[in-house]
Design a protein around this ligand. Sequence first.
Ligand code: PEP
Ligand code: MN
Length: 329
Amino acid sequence: MIIIMKPNAGEKEIENVVSIVRGKGLDVNLSQGKEVTVIGVIGDKTKLDGSNVEIAPGVEKAVPLTESYKLCNIKFHPEPTVVRCGDVRIGGGATVIAGPCAVENEQQMLETARGVKAAGAHILRGGAYKPRTSPYSFQGLKEEGLKLLRKAADAAHMPCVTEVIDFDSLKTACRYVDMLQIGARNMQNFELLKEAGHAGVPVVLKRGMSATIEEWLNAAEYILASGCREVVLCERGIRTFERSTRNTLDIAAVPVLKAKTHLPVIVDPSHAAGVRAYIPALTRAALAADADGVMIEVHNNPACALSDGDQSLDIAQFADLMASIPCLK
Ligand code: PEP
Ligand code: MN
C-alpha cells in the first residue's frame, strides 16, 4: 500500500502517519519529492485495518499496490533515482559504459581505457570473472584482472564496473571497482542478489535472457530490500525465435520500465546484437527510447579478443559512434 500525502502536508502530519504505520509493526519507505510525499508501507497491510490512517490529517489517499515489487516501484518512489558510480551519474542523462568483454592483459586495458575515454565514455567496463557457455572458453583473469581493470580506469580517470558471479568474486571485486554487475545468467541468483545488496556499492542488474520484466523487477527488489538503493537496470536482449542476432533487443523494455520503476535503465546493444555492424543503430535506438545510457563492448583489437570479439567495436568505430550521437558529443 502507498499513502499519498496532500501537497501542503507538513512534517508533523507526515511523522504522525509514519508512526501509525510503524506502530502496527510495518516498515516505511518515505519518498519526499518536490511535489508530493509518498509513504510506502512494507509488510502485511491488513495490519492497518481499523487504524483509519487514510483519514489521518494531511493524507490525500491510500492506494493498494498490486505489484509484488515495492521499493523499486515508481508508485513508492515517484522521483527518478540517480545512481552514482564514482563521480559519474547514471540517470537523467546519457551515460556511456564502454570497454572489453574480458580483461586480458595490461596493454589491452590501458589502450582501450584511454581510447574510450578520449571518445567520451564515462565508465570503464571489463570482465574478470567470465560466465562462459563452454567450460573450455576463457574464464577470466580473476583478481589479476581486477587489478588491471583498476589500473586502467585510474590511468584514464574513469570509474569502473565488473561482473561478479558468486560470493568470492563479489567480495574481491568490492576492493577494486566502483560498481558491480550481476549478469544475465545470475539475474535470479537470489542469494547473490542479497549479497550484492549488502556490498555498499551500486549494482548494474542485467536482464536474464528469458526473464519477464516483472521477474527482473523482483530481482532488483532483492537488491533494494538488502539495503542498496543504487541499482541500474540493463536491457541486454532476450531469447526469441529470431536467429539473425544473438538475442533480440527488447527496446520496448525501456519505456515499460520507465512506467514501472524509478531506477535508471540502460541498454547493452553488444550482447543483444552479437554482431558489430548492428551496434550503432541499436545504440541510437536505445537513446531515442530514452534510456539513461548504454553499455558497449570495445576492444583495442577485436580480431584477437578472447571473448565476444565479433560484437566488439574497435576504438575508431566506437569514436565514430560517439560522434554520431548528438547527446553524447
Ligand atoms: C557481459 O556484460 O560481459 C555479459 C556476460 O553480459 P550478459 O550477462 O548480458 O550476457
Ligand atoms: Mn561479453
